[in-house]
Write a protein of this length. Structure first.
Length: 203
């Protein structure tokens, strides 16, 4: 388990996960066991680089450790990913989970933050646990990091340029969740790849 401790904002008490004790227990376990520094680890015969805010995950292991059925763990993973609290990178050997906004749960060297820093921290936490905040367009680096977590090969610069040109609107609606837009692009790319493969098979 990782060293040290995590910080949790009171805003979490207004989040849906607070109403689900078992899901909250699972979420806390992920936060506490995520790497606090990058390191290499062997898992099922593979050498993995697990970055800060990530952990190698196995449903059976966590089911036994937490006393939660695999079916419910699968459900909680889907809910957390849908709410942009985690990203999942799946292979046939392991699942690598990335905590979104991991830094917002970390102690900043035990320094008392300024009022400006407190406002920024609250904004980060609100974004992560469903608080209502004004939409702030992401940077190319933020989009790239999220796409890397999901291993979807989306061009982050092209994504940002596209929505910047459209004023961060999708159709007639103002975008509220850019990560949701990334997932939509991801689905379209998969559908396009599938269609191309199917066409090639008929040629």
């Amino acid at each position: 388990m990782s060293e040290g401790f995590i910080t949790v904002h009171r805003q979490m008490m207004k989040h849906w996960i607070w109403e689900e004790p078992e899901a909250l227990k699972f979420w806390m376990a992920l936060l506490l066991e995520a790497n606090w520094e990058e390191k290499k680890t062997m898992f099922n015969g593979s050498l993995l680089t697990v970055k800060r805010g990530q952990l190698v995950f196995g449903r059976i292991k966590y089911s036994i450790k937490l006393g939660i059925s695999e079916k419910r763990i699968r459900r909680y993973l889907n809910l957390l990913e849908k709410d942009d609290m985690i990203g999942q990178q799946k292979t046939n050997k392991y699942t690598l989970i990335s905590i979104v906004n991991y830094e917002s749960y970390q102690d900043k060297a035990s320094q008392r933050p300024s009022k400006g820093q407190q406002r920024a921290t609250s904004k980060q936490v609100n974004n992560n646990i469903g608080g209502k905040t004004k939409f702030v367009p992401p940077t190319v680096d933020q989009v790239k990091e999220y796409c890397d977590e999901r291993s979807n090969n989306i061009n982050a610069e092209l994504f940002v340029d596209h929505y910047t040109a459209n004023g961060w609107y999708r159709g007639k609606n103002k975008i509220k969740d850019w990560r949701g837009c990334v997932r939509t692009w991801e689905k379209r790319n998969k559908a396009s790849t599938f269609a191309e493969t199917k066409t090639e098979n008929y040629l």
